[in-house]
Design a protein around this ligand. Structure first.
Ligand code: FAD
Length: 357
């Protein structure tokens, strides 16, 4: 665990209590920063998918003091992944290297389990958490950032970190010149289901139009993902359409993917999500010549775009903060954020969505 104290930042506000926000909060609190964490969701939930955890992410979790719990409650291995043709033919096994002695190479865990492990650590560290809340105004002042919260309360922090997803409201507030996320043209189907009897390691299936993979997430749990071209649609799919379409898409697959197709039920958690990216045009640096809204550090030369849970978290744990933050620097008044982008999209009730209007 990285215990090196941070001397230059006394207080930080983390906006967003997902994997990234909690990792940031834990890392900063462990290093002596007084952290407040807020999340828009009054119940601080996460959806029911599994998640693949790679070696670098496990190394980050080691810094956060969580790797043993993840090993105990997930399905973490030092082993290999299997590559198959879509029809099930085994092509080869890929041995995944250990990044550090004693550190497992890869694995998976159910997101709600991972969320709970991280929430417990946040509570252990006595990090104040406020839910059903976001930021409505950020004003950079000489001593830090004056924050107005959506319930009308306010606070001053040395640092404000936006960990509020790719559709970040903090980005809109603090970096109004930055671009919105755009669809990549690809969509991801996921199903969480009991483990196929023959499944003994993670698998990838190639050779069809739609690549697919299966990650073991617990003793009797896996999730399967399938990547397809995303076709824009005006309406959400209902549960029945999700079920029948995924079953159909899995039609040509053999091996354990074929087993999942044949054994999936309407009670299994199924989700479809178009993938989006917020790649920012140049310049990221404002006219003042300083990074937009934050001080430069050796590890974080400029605000950056997220690269998935693993990439973002590696930076957050032990190395730094997050990709969007608004710190000391530009003495600029920022406009009010419209919160509608996230509030309008209920990702917990709907198991899938189309492009936000
Ligand atoms: C289909 C799919 C599959 C993926 N699979 C993997 C995988 O297998 N392995 C992997 O490493 N990564 C995977 N990822 C990427 C990974 O899920 C993300 O990188 C990770 O969830 C990002 O974490 P985050 O905390 O930054 O954001 P999120 O997990 O999106 O959390 C954001 C949090 O902020 C809160 N929030 C939102 N708006 C506001 C606001 N305005 N104010 C306050 N709070 C707010 C939300 O309620 C939420 O709690 C996948 C992503 C997708 C889309």
């Amino acid at each position: 665990m990285n215990e090196e104290k941070i001397g230059s930042i006394a207080s930080a506000l983390i906006v967003g209590g997902g994997i990234g926000g909690m990792a940031t909060a834990i890392s900063l609190a462990q290093r002596g920063v007084a952290v407040d964490l807020i999340d828009l969701d009054p119940e601080w939930r996460v959806y029911g998918a599994g998640i693949t955890i790679t070696g670098p992410t496990l190394r980050a979790y080691k810094h956060l003091g969580l790797v043993d719990k993840i090993k105990a409650q997930g399905a973490i291995t030092t082993g290999a992944s299997r590559v198959r043709l879509f029809n099930g033919q085994i092509l080869r096994e890929l041995v995944e290297p250990e990044l550090e002695e004693g550190l497992p190479a890869t694995g998976g865990i159910m997101r709600p389990v991972l969320h709970r492990i991280m929430q417990e650590r946040v509570r252990e560290l006595e990090i104040p958490v406020r839910l059903g809340l976001t930021v409505s105004e950020l004003v950079t002042v000489d001593g830090g950032v004056d924050v107005t919260f959506s319930d009308g309360t306010s606070g001053r922090y040395d640092l404000v970190i936006g960990a509020d997803s790719v559709f970040s409201g903090v980005r809109k507030l603090a970096f109004p010149h930055m671009g919105e996320p755009v669809e990549t043209g690809q969509g991801c189907w996921r199903i969480s289901i009991k483990k196929p009897p023959e499944q003994d390691m993670g698998e990838f299936y190639f050779g069809s139009d739609n690549p697919c993979g299966i990650t073991i997430c617990g003793e009797d749990a896996v999730y399967l993902f399938l990547l397809t071209p995303h076709v824009h649609r005006e309406k959400f799919m209902d549960d029945e359409e999700l079920f029948t379409t995924l079953k159909e898409l899995l039609g040509p697959f053999g091996g354990n993917a074929g087993w999942i197709r044949d054994n999936m039920t309407r009670a299994d958690w199924i989700n479809y999500r178009p993938l989006a990216a917020a790649i920012q045009p140049r310049p990221l640096v404002k006219r003042s010549g300083r990074p937009a809204g934050r001080r430069r550090s050796r590890h974080h030369p400029a605000p950056r775009v997220r690269r998935g849970h693993g990439g973002g978290e590696r930076h957050r744990a032990g190395r730094g903060t997050g990709e969007e933050c608004h710190g000391r620097g530009s003495a600029r008044r920022l406009r009010r954020a419209p919160l509608r982008s996230l509030q309008g999209r209920d990702r917990f009730q709907r198991r899938y969505w189309s492009t936000p209007a």
